[in-house]
Design a protein around this ligand. Structure first.
Ligand code: RIB
Length: 307
């Protein structure tokens, strides 16, 4: 029951670095253009594998160079790729990412083959159930597919961590099927009426989300840490201070760390703290999958921090 299954997206990330983001109608100089393997699902799968668990990726790429590239790089990262298939009609998902000199980012993704995930991927995942307890979902595949697999997985007694990214109203029924929901401060607006701008408003949103569905809310606030429900208590885990280079996939890194710790039997506060450590380390490197830290780095980092 040790395997973790990530059912979700694979994207090729085309990353442009720039001093500051352009305003509407403006042309500016980029300082660098790079290509990185990404996709919220695949990023989480690599994060989990680097932390030492058996990681399975279920998803779909296109019949093109990006797809082959993503498949091979995941296999090289020790992720089990037997649940990834190739769609002959659609292009591989691609994301255009702007990163400014503070490391902040904006992303526009064209999901392509990710949006063809359906019964083939669901059947594969259900077959894997006897070997695994934990399933991870995000919002970069069709909502109907996510809701279907989540319902069946939970009927079989498995746990689910749902990252509602990017925000999508269609995925909302997942709030009553999943065990944990991990929005960032922007995505939280799709789940609650409270506008999250600081720790206090995050606490309010947390209680509101907990009162709507079954999923335990864990709100990611970047440099302000994480606010989450533990039973009837709302807890704030401060962020670890690091030199931020690039925040792309920091949320995915948190999810990978949180899932790993939870799957290893750690309690909720320790799992959140472990996730924060993984997320912080990911902001110190460039790229998405390439930024995921290894187990030893995380353990060494957390040993030196008190909070
Ligand atoms: O969370 C970061 C990811 O979001 C990127 O890798 C990009 O592919 C988008 O899906």
């Amino acid at each position: 029951m040790d395997d973790v299954i990530v059912f979700g997206s694979l994207n090729m990330d085309l990353v442009v670095n720039m001093e500051r983001l352009p305003i509407q109608g403006e042309t500016i100089n980029g300082t660098d253009l790079s290509r990185f393997p990404g996709g919220k699902g695949a990023n989480q799968a690599v994060g989990i594998a680097r932390l030492g668990l058996n990681s399975f990726m279920v998803g779909r790429v296109g019949n093109d160079d990006f797809g082959k590239n993503l498949f091979n790089s995941l296999a090289n990262e020790n992720v089990d790729v037997s649940g990834i298939s190739q769609d002959i009609l659609e292009s591989t998902g691609t994301a255009i990412i702007y990163v400014d000199s503070n490391g902040d980012n904006t992303i526009v993704a064209v999901y392509g083959s990710n949006m063809k995930c359906g019964s083939r991927e669901i059947d594969f995942t259900i077959e894997k159930k006897p070997d695994s307890d934990l399933l991870m979902l995000q919002n970069e595949i069709p909502a109907i597919t996510s809701i279907d697999i989540a319902t069946r997985w939970s009927e079989l007694g498995g746990r689910i961590i749902w990252d509602p990214a990017p925000a999508s109203e269609k995925h909302l029924p997942l709030l009553n099927v999943c065990d944990f929901v991990t929005p960032n401060e922007v995505e939280v607006s799709s789940l609650s009426n409270t506008r999250v701008t600081n720790i206090e408003s995050a606490k309010k949103a947390c209680m509101e989300i907990a009162s709507i569905g079954t999923a335990v809310p864990i709100i990611k606030l970047g440099g302000q840490g994480v606010v989450y429900m533990d039973g009837s208590k709302v807890i704030h885990q401060p962020a670890f201070k690091v030199n931020v280079l690039d925040t792309v996939a920091a949320g995915d890194a948190f999810n990978a760390g949180f899932a790993t710790a939870l799957n290893e039997g750690k309690n909720l506060p320790d799992s959140v703290r472990f996730g924060c450590g993984v997320g912080a380390l990911a902001t110190m490197k460039r790229g998405a999958q390439s930024a995921m830290p290894y187990r030893e780095e995380v353990e060494r980092f957390l040993e030196t921090r008190v909070s």
